[in-house]
Ligand binder design. Structure first.
Ligand SMILES: [Zn+2]
Ligand SMILES: [Zn+2]
Ligand SMILES: [Zn+2]
Ligand SMILES: [Zn+2]
Ligand SMILES: [Zn+2]
Ligand SMILES: [Zn+2]
Length: 507
């Protein structure tokens, strides 16, 4: 597959995501100079875990194609439709197309299904003693058509065949002559002549889409019904060293490398391995759906209804951690190891049964924390939705304005994003070899985790209208801190990937 370079001249039709609209139509600065410098600075200081990318609408992609088509049509002196078919055949490698076209025009056009000579365009005609190979109708009065290969079929069969290819099979570029084993491509003109307007429209929109499919640096946003495409100049070989998270204009955040939802800081290959493992071991690990546990002290049953993992028993007031069931008071301590897995140096490590038990224990440690964050993020969101409904009711009975409680929405988004990051740190850690670097990583993981639990806990607090300002202050302060902790963790893991500092194992 050819690499198409966008660097040249793409600025005249595509604009940078963050660079648009700094000036208004009249060309006047509506931002003062200071703001502008800040924006430029921000742009230059891309974080280590971020990649450069652009989001394009389907119209922008169409525009770009049209410019390329026009260019080629001018150079080789042909109709735009033909230039388009040739370009698609050559997967938009303009240089190669022009070179080969100049060299051996006949062959190239035939392969691509282009008929440059208007005299040779397939026409619907009536021929004597015609018999259609598909429907077996025969007679002198039947309209039929043949491509340059001479395989002739009746108009109805041809239309039906093309409509099936376009509408049902979603084909466009490679529709071949209906005759078995004939690989002559049906040209655009013929298709236009034989199918309904609606089908032809579908055909052209499919053609536009092939541009993205053919380009390794362009991917469609995987969100359902989203029509944007993202461009990111990442090669497969880069995926061992970075996680290319991109955000579409529709809001969906995904990995450009594998198309899955954002999985920072875990690299694609480990994500794939991990998800496979979880699928295979789902039996062993399906405990997570459990939403009630016993208080480790008084054995009273405790239900979890928010995301926060700091639990307080209603009966005996015991405070404990939902994940490890250990005392909460110790969780902030440097030496406490809720997130860390302590390898047991067992005496009978050589016997295979205890070895596999140790292996399972290790996996469950990481899986439980991975799954718990996923679950907690769901509960955080649910709790917020409940709060939102409550706020709506409160608004009616007090002078509380909706704007005043927007901070809650933002805080929930932060918590959910950080839980997603934490979730993937556990899959990352599962494949990480234990050494000094790992300890540092686990410290960062613990610090983020503690901060997230604190913010998550704030979100569970009862909202009293007269104390909203105070709650807001605490939530906003904590959110800033949490985001900062996430950044530290992601910066360090990204830097480690760049330096090949992490050693991965196959546990
Ligand atoms: Zn027929
Ligand atoms: Zn044929
Ligand atoms: Zn999208
Ligand atoms: Zn990925
Ligand atoms: Zn209790
Ligand atoms: Zn714990």
């Amino acid at each position: 597959m050819s690499d198409i370079d966008f660097d040249e001249g793409d600025d005249d039709f595509l604009y940078d995501e963050s660079g648009e609209d700094y000036l208004d139509e009249s060309g006047e600065d509506y931002l003062d100079e200071l703001d502008f410098t800040e924006i430029i600075q921000e742009k230059q200081e891309r974080k280590k875990y971020e990649v450069e990318y652009k989001v394009y609408s389907i119209e922008e992609i169409e525009d770009f194609q049209n410019k390329e088509i026009e260019h080629v049509a001018n150079i080789i002196g042909c109709f735009k439709e033909h230039a388009a078919t040739l370009l698609r055949h050559f997967k938009w490698n303009k240089e190669r197309l022009i070179e080969l076209y100049m060299d051996r025009t006949e062959e190239v056009t035939k392969e691509a299904g282009v008929i440059v000579d208007a005299q040779k365009l397939p026409k619907l005609i009536k021929v004597e003693d015609f018999c259609c190979d598909i429907c077996c109708d025969s007679g002198d009065d039947i309209e039929s058509l043949a491509l340059s290969c001479g395989h002739r079929f009746c108009k109805d069969c041809y239309s039906q065949y093309l409509t099936q290819k376009i509408k049902v099979e979603g084909e466009c570029r490679n529709i071949q002559c209906p005759s078995d084993a004939c690989n002559i491509i049906v040209d655009e003109n013929t298709i236009k002549m034989l199918v309904s307007e609606d089908t032809y429209h579908r055909y052209t929109s499919l053609l536009i889409r092939t541009y993205v499919d053919d380009n390794i640096f362009l991917h469609w946003c995987p969100a359902p019904n989203c029509e944007y495409a993202v461009e990111c100049k990442i090669h497969d070989s880069d995926l061992q060293r970075l996680v290319p998270t991109v955000k579409c204009k529709c809001g969906h955040q995904f990995c450009f490398g594998c198309g899955l939802p954002d999985h920072q800081p875990c690299i694609c290959s480990l994500v794939a391995k991990w998800l496979n493992k979880c699928r295979d071991d789902s039996e062993t690990a399906n405990w997570i759906s459990v939403n009630t546990k016993e208080c480790p002290k008084c054995k009273a049953s405790i239900e979890k209804n928010g995301g926060c993992n700091h639990m307080t028993c209603k009966k005996c007031k015991n405070e404990f951690c939902w994940v490890c069931m250990g005392p909460w008071s110790e969780h902030g301590n440097q030496w406490y190891t809720c997130n860390r897995f302590e390898e047991k140096t067992s005496v009978d490590a050589r016997d295979s049964q205890s070895r596999s038990r140790a292996k399972l224990e290790r996996y469950l440690h990481y899986y439980n924390r991975y799954a718990n964050h996923e679950q907690s993020a769901k509960l955080d969101t649910e709790l917020y939705e409940k709060t939102e409904r409550k706020m709506e009711r409160m608004q009616k009975s007090s002078e509380l304005s909706w704007i005043e409680v927007q901070f809650l929405k933002e805080a929930v988004e932060t918590v959910v994003q950080c839980r997603n990051t934490l979730k993937w740190t556990y899959s990352f850690a599962f494949y990480l070899q234990k050494d000094n670097q790992t300890t540092l990583f686990e410290d960062n993981q613990r610090d983020l985790e503690m901060a997230v639990e604190q913010l998550s806990e704030l979100l569970e607090e009862e909202i009293k209208p007269n104390r909203i300002a105070e709650l807001k202050q605490r939530v906003v302060d904590k959110s800033i801190y949490v985001k900062h902790r996430r950044e530290i963790l992601l910066e360090d893991t990204a830097q480690g990937l760049k330096e090949s500092r992490w050693v991965f194992i196959d546990p």
